[in-house]
Design a protein around this ligand. Structure first.
Ligand code: ZN
Ligand code: ZN
Length: 331
């Protein structure tokens, strides 16, 4: 057999290898494999997230990985497909960590925003003092932080470029946070969303008319659906991920779409497999019902958005915490 040397489509070294659907050298092949299979984190781009110059490429993990995706290296066959039990254990761990931050800690920095939460390597926390009462704004602040810390543990977030990370997180962290609050209520037999100390998830606004109906929908609609479906913990975890694993978002880059749609198919396959194992013949029907929760979370976000727009129209934007403003569209 004659081996014809070609250029590696990623680093341009001469190679006769063909792997993952493209001509690439074994170093680039191993590099791609390590980050997808072993889920190794990527070091940030050496030139600050501008595309690196060509001769820089092999040295910059971030740009090299994205060049692999752009060159058409096939991602999905490499993504680890954990047995369901292991997958649930891993996601539960992430979720427990989110809950711990929410219930017991507060960040040392009082002015974090979505991008600092996403791109700070390790946020510093302090154990919360029970004697200091939490206000609405402090609950919203810590629950947004805990949610974003959870989201950034997923590979389609941390492997994405920084502008895609911002798009994915800003469009969904309120949904993810509310969905988690709904699970906290549901699993402790409550019928309405509340913060861990039992306080209301919406600010106290006795003077604003017209908020009651929409406010009650925000507090109860998700939990009611969980009760109706008798949602299991496993179903909750997978739907929670699918809420922000959405490749249809406007403005996602080409590599962002590849990453998100690949992982979306991995997590939805896992959900389907779970439904088939648990509900057998009724599995496909259950799966469809569960996916309707994603639409419901979208409607929930619309309600939250409208609620805060009404507050804004009444000149009460001061009640809307800065980090929340990044997740909604005010007028
Ligand atoms: Zn190469
Ligand atoms: Zn780079």
């Amino acid at each position: 057999m004659v081996h014809v040397a070609k250029k590696c489509v990623i680093c341009a070294r001469l190679t006769s290898d063909f792997s993952y659907g493209v001509d690439c050298c074994s170093a680039c092949k191993m590099f791609f494999r390590r980050h997808v299979v072993k889920e190794a984190l990527l070091k940030p781009c050496l030139s600050g997230n501008q595309a690196c110059p060509k001769d820089f490429l092999a040295g910059c993990q971030f740009c090299r990985f994205h060049k692999c995706l752009q060159s058409g290296m096939t991602l999905e066959p490499l993504v680890p497909k954990l047995p369901l039990e292991e997958l649930f254990e891993k996601l539960s761990d992430f979720d427990r960590h989110r809950n711990r931050i929410l219930s017991d800690y507060h960040p040392l920095d009082p002015d974090l925003n979505v991008s600092t939460i996403l791109f700070f390597k390790k946020l510093k926390y302090q154990q919360r003092n029970d004697l200091v009462p939490m206000k609405f704004s402090s609950w919203i602040y810590i629950s947004s932080i805990a949610t974003i810390e959870f989201m950034k543990k997923l590979p389609f977030i941390y492997l994405a470029n920084s502008s895609d990370q911002l798009i994915l997180v800003k469009s969904s962290f309120i949904k993810v946070s509310s969905f988690s609050a709904a699970s906290r209520a549901y699993f402790s037999n409550q019928h309405a969303l509340s913060f861990p100390d039992g306080s209301d998830v919406l600010p106290f606004t006795p003077d604003v008319k017209g908020l009651e109906e929409i406010g009650n929908r925000i507090r109860t609609r998700l939990v009611s659906k969980f009760i109706e479906l008798q949602l299991s913990k496993e179903e909750f975890l997978l739907v929670l991920i699918l809420i922000f694993c959405n490749p249809a978002l406007l403005d996602l880059s080409e590599t962002g779409q590849i990453l998100v749609s690949t992982y979306q198919s991995v997590y939805s396959n896992a959900l389907f497999e779970y439904c088939m194992e648990t509900y057998e013949k009724l599995g496909p029907c259950r799966y469809t019902e569960l996916l309707s929760l994603i639409t419901l979370a979208e409607k929930h976000l619309e309600d939250v958005n409208n609620y805060f727009v009404i507050l804004q129209l009444h000149g009460m934007d001061f009640l809307i915490p800065a980090v929340v403003k990044e997740g909604i569209n005010l007028i």
